[in-house]
Design a protein around this ligand. Structure first.
Ligand SMILES: O=C[C@H](O)[C@H](O)[C@H](O)COP(=O)(O)O
Length: 242
């Protein structure tokens, strides 16, 4: 399912685009399938959202640009941990959401790829990850408790998880999130929080695959960058023969 969703998104890539490459097991299929197209002559360059993705992309022959030199790219393709019908998502299961959000925000179009298990009616079944300054972890955890959630340091019982930027992750379990935009604003306002895994407005479109092999494209009508399809906001098509 992840591979089929990734394949549908990679078909949208055109010559001379700069592509944002996400992180995680679904994004790994994007890297693999994009690399095949590059080997077949597609002329693109890419920016990676994590060291792991960068290493995989380089190993497969995708030209990689440094993030620090970019302010605008054409298309970002990335996975999600949860996504609701309004294409709001929780990301960061792999701890990459800070860079992922930067790359998603610089993209003219940001496309999510997911298998059907990622669909939720309401966000919050999974914790929302926060990337925090390690020295601020207790302070941030206390502020998160004020917002009604418990915060757990990722990897805290062993070696703490360290992000690519050298920070810690607090996984914050809010339960069902009634107002993701309000929560995103509150989390961003806590000193010591560099970023969080709530993606409220960043996702323009979603390729979601079901167990039968169908991939549906959904677009957010109020998306910044993605015009809805002419006929309908949801198109069903099969990738069986691709
Ligand atoms: O930090 C990790 C990213 O946000 C991933 O895109 C997300 O966790 C989804 O990963 P996967 O495709 O492995 O389920």
């Amino acid at each position: 399912m992840k591979r089929r969703a990734a394949a549908a998104a990679v078909e949208a890539v055109r010559d001379h685009m700069v592509i944002g490459l996400g992180t995680g097991s679904t994004a790994a299929f994007v890297v693999e399938l994009l690399a095949r197209r590059v080997a077949d002559g597609l002329a693109v360059s890419a920016v990676a959202t994590s060291r792991g993705t960068e290493a995989a992309a380089r190993a497969l022959g995708i030209p990689i640009l440094p993030l620090a030199g970019l302010s605008r790219i054409d298309l970002c393709i990335d996975g999600v941990d949860e996504i609701d019908p309004e294409l709001r998502a929780i990301k960061g299961g792999g701890g990459a959401m800070l860079i992922e959000k930067i790359v998603a925000s610089m993209a003219k179009r940001n496309i999510a790829v997911a298998d059907a298990s990622k669909r939720v009616p309401r966000l919050g079944a999974r914790p929302v990850p926060l990337e925090v300054l390690p020295a601020a972890q207790a302070f941030v955890a206390a502020r998160v408790a004020d917002l009604g959630a418990s915060a757990v340091l990722r990897g805290g019982t062993g070696a703490a998880f360290v992000t690519d930027a050298g920070n810690a992750i607090l996984d914050c379990r809010f339960g069902p999130i009634a107002d993701p935009a309000a929560l995103a604003t509150a989390l961003s306002a806590i000193p010591g929080v560099f970023g969080h895994g709530l993606f409220v407005t960043e996702i323009d479109g979603l390729y979601i695959a079901d167990a039968a092999g169908n991939v549906a494209l959904e677009t957010r009508p109020d998306s910044r960058n993605c015009k809805p399809p002419a006929r309908t906001a949801t198109q069903e098509f099969s990738t069986h023969d691709r």
